[in-house]
Structure formats: structure tokens, C-alpha cells
Design a protein around this ligand. Structure first.
Ligand code: HEC
Length: 363
């Protein structure tokens, strides 16, 4: 059975209201009828029920989904992989609140946006009838009916003074499912989902299905369910270890350095005597830069020492105290294994002050 899309144009609200009243009498429900108008007629003026948007419901669901995602990211992940850092609580409240707020808002906004499209029946797959006179103040009554009702509806529209009338056979869809007619198929789905506007609902059902399936597949990738080889960890990537050979040969013109190691532009020996001022500065700077690892007394028991391998050196020991000033200068400047370069934290002068102080840590 073919279906028709009918459009009638009216001048006034009253005949429009009468038409809708009579359409209802022949069994056409309000949501089958679309009234188009450039004028802000309230639905009550046309004897229609007020349309209640459902965007807010989608927004609430989106917000709940967002909040659940945020909770998973902030709390769930740390419960799965607990990693205590620097004595901080595993889910510190300030960043957790920020992430929870952001992701909840993200869920709300996406849900509102998509439901707005859904509510406006986007995308439209059916024959669209429109008359530019609607923008000029005419009221258009648009509806889609079965063949058997089409003549009756046309008569109702004309009897109420529709001054312009269009009737179009519903366009055949591009593809037809196998077995049964497209119409049967549509009716079956319509019965299942409970609505006449099948194309539109099916589209959103497909979008939802793709999102759910895609999301599920995406979520399983990190667990190796789908063997896609990502280079995930730097340590698994092709790389060269620290000072690993082959090394470049020194340039022919290079001069081998004997004795104290020189860094271009920096002094090789302590330029400041270990006077009271230098030692005081050194003590303060040691407390700021070295104490976390080497500890207050210098024996290498600072707060961070437990996390380091090799352990921080015992600065009071004879072996470290036996190292020359310029060698310690070099260690502070360039770092050594787990000890980072502190050149950004300490100026040249500061480094010498610290070295003067380190000398006082001797047992
Ligand atoms: C992040 C922790 C850390 C900080 C901060 C740190 N060190 Fe070290 N330091 C170490 C570790 C670890 C070692 C042992 C390295 C090794 O044995 O390979 C070390 C070794 C040393 C050594 C011995 C070097 C050698 O040749 O064996 C000296 C001297 C030293 N640190 C001085 C300092 C001074 C002075 C400061 C402050 C300016 C400082 N460190 C700050 C971790 C630290």
C-alpha cells in the first residue's frame, strides 16, 4: 500500500484548528500532523496539546553517565592500579572535583546536543514538503497518511478552505530489505519501537549501536583482546641506552684533559673560601636542593632516598669526602645516575657554597 504526504495551506488559525479537530475524528493522531507557521501560534490556539520536549531527560541521563565516567577515571582507575606518590591521598579531592565537574558537563552537553537533533527528527528520510508561503504568514498543515485515508484527508483540508494543496506519493527508499516489502519491514520495526517515524528512529538506533559497539571494542584494545601492536611503553621501543656505544671518536684536534675537569666558562676550583658567609649560604642551599635525597646529616637517608636506586651517596663517608671539589661540582652540574643535574637550581656561585658546606659534613 502506498503512502502519501499531504500539505494544505491556510490563512487563519481557526480553520486550521477545525481541520485538526476533524482529522482527529477520522483517526489521525496529533503527532502524525505537523503544523508549520512563521507566526508564533501557541499550540492551544490550534486546539493541539502542548509539545513537551524531552531534552532534559536526555540531559539528566548524559550527566549521570558523565559522572559515572568521571568517578571511574578518578577513583576507579586508582583502585585498580594503586600507586602512592609522595604520600598524597590516592584520590585527592581538588583535582577529583575538577575532573568530576568537567566530565559530568561533557556528558550533559553531548546528550543535550544529540537529543536536540533527535527531538527535531534529524535526519529526515522522507519526502519533505514545504511551501515558501509558510514564511510569509500562511499556516501549513502537513501529514502523512495511507492510501485509503488520503482522499478523505484531502476533502477535509479543502472543505476547511485550504487555499493551496499538495499531494505527493511517499518516495521509495533507495534500498529494500530482502523478504517482504519495505513497507512490511517498516511496519514491523514501527511496531517494535512504537512510532510511525521509523527512518528517523532507526537512524538513531544505528548511531547508538555503533557508539556502544565501537566503545566496547575501543575499551578492550588495551587489554590485548584485539592484537594490535601499539608501541605503548618507551622502554619497549627501539632506543639507545645511556652512554651506549658505538660512540663517536673524539675529533682529531681535541686535546686530552688531565687533572681537574673543566666545563667551558666555569671555574675549576672553589673560587670562594669556606668562610662563615659561604657556609651559611651553603647550608641553606643544601637544605633546599640536597636534603630530600642526602638527608639532614648527609648520610643519604633523605625522604626520597627510598625511591632511588642506587641510593644517594653518604656524603660523610671518607670515599665521597675524598673526591675533589671540582668532581663534586661536576656531579651537581651534570647529575649522576639517579641524581639529576641541579644546574638549573643552583648557580655557579651557589654550587661552590654547597660544596664548602658538604665538606663540613665529614664525620
Ligand atoms: C634526587 C635525589 C638527589 C638530590 C636532590 C641530590 N642527590 Fe646527590 N646523589 C644522589 C644519588 C642517588 C647519588 C648516588 C649516585 C651513584 O652512586 O651513582 C648521589 C651521589 C652524590 C655524590 C657522590 C658522587 C660520586 O661521585 O659518587 C655527591 C658528592 C652528591 N650526590 C652531592 C649532592 C649535592 C651536593 C646535592 C645538592 C646540591 C645533591 N647531591 C642532590 C641523589 C641526589
Amino acid at each position: 500500500m502506498s503512502r502519501y504526504v499531504l500539505l494544505g495551506l491556510f490563512h487563519e488559525a481557526t480553520p486550521t484548528a477545525n481541520t485538526i479537530e476533524q482529522l482527529r475524528a477520522v483517526g489521525i493522531s496529533d503527532d502524525q500532523v505537523t503544523v508549520m507557521s512563521g507566526m508564533p501560534y501557541r499550540p492551544e490556539m490550534l486546539g493541539r496539546p502542548r509539545h513537551r520536549g524531552r531534552v532534559w531527560r536526555f540531559a539528566i541521563v548524559g550527566a549521570l553517565l558523565g559522572a559515572a565516567t568521571a568517578l571511574f577515571l578518578t577513583v576507579g582507575v586508582w583502585l585498580l592500579y594503586p600507586l602512592v606518590q609522595g604520600g598524597q591521598p590516592i584520590t585527592p579531592i581538588p583535582p577529583t572535583l575538577i575532573i568530576a565537574f568537567e566530565v559530568t558537563m561533557l556528558g550533559t552537553m553531548w546528550a543535550s546536543f544529540l537529543s536536540m537533533l533527535f527531538e527535531n527528527r534529524f535526519p529526515a528520510f522522507k519526502s519533505q514538503l514545504y511551501d515558501p508561503r509558510v514564511t510569509e504568514g500562511h499556516i501549513g498543515v502537513l501529514l502523512e497518511v495511507d492510501e485509503k485515508l488520503a482522499d478523505q484527508v484531502e476533502a477535509i483540508l479543502k472543505a476547511n478552505g485550504a487555499h493551496h494543496f499538495q499531494r505527493v506519493e511517499e518516495k521509495r527508499p533507495l534500498f529494500k530489505p530482502r523478504g517482504g516489502t519495505w513497507q512490511d519491514f517498516k511496519e514491523r520495526i514501527a511496531a517494535a519501537i512504537g512510532g510511525p517515524d521509523v527512518g528517523h528512529r532507526k537512524f538513531w538506533l544505528a548511531v547508538l549501536t555503533i557508539l556502544v559497539i565501537g566503545g566496547a571494542i575501543g575499551a578492550l584494545v588495551p587489554y590485548g583482546v584485539f592484537p594490535i601492536s601499539f608501541p605503548t611503553q618507551m622502554e619497549n621501543q627501539i632506543s639507545i641506552a645511556y652512554e651506549q656505544g658505538p660512540r663517536r671518536a673524539a675529533p682529531a684536534a681535541a686535546v686530552p684533559v688531565q687533572g681537574p675537569v673543566l666545563i667551558a666558562g666555569l671555574p675549576a676550583t672553589a673560587p670562594i673560601p669556606a668562610n662563615a658567609n659561604s657556609l651559611q649560604r651553603g647550608e641553606v642551599l643544601y637544605g633546599v636542593t640536597c636534603i630530600v635525597c642526602h638527608g639532614a646529616t648527609g648520610v643519604g637517608n633523605g625522604k626520597l632516598s627510598g625511591f632511588l636506586s642506587p641510593k644517594p651517596a653518604d656524603l660523610t663517608s671518607a670515599s665521597i669526602q675524598g673526591i675533589s671539589d671540582d668532581a663534586i661540582f661536576l656531579v651537581i652540574t651534570q647529575g649522576l645516575d639517579a641524581m639529576p643535574s641541579l644546574a638549573e637550581n643552583l648557580g655557579v656561585q651557589d654550587r661552590w657554597d654547597v660544596i664548602n658546606y658538604v665538606r663540613r659534613l665529614k664525620k
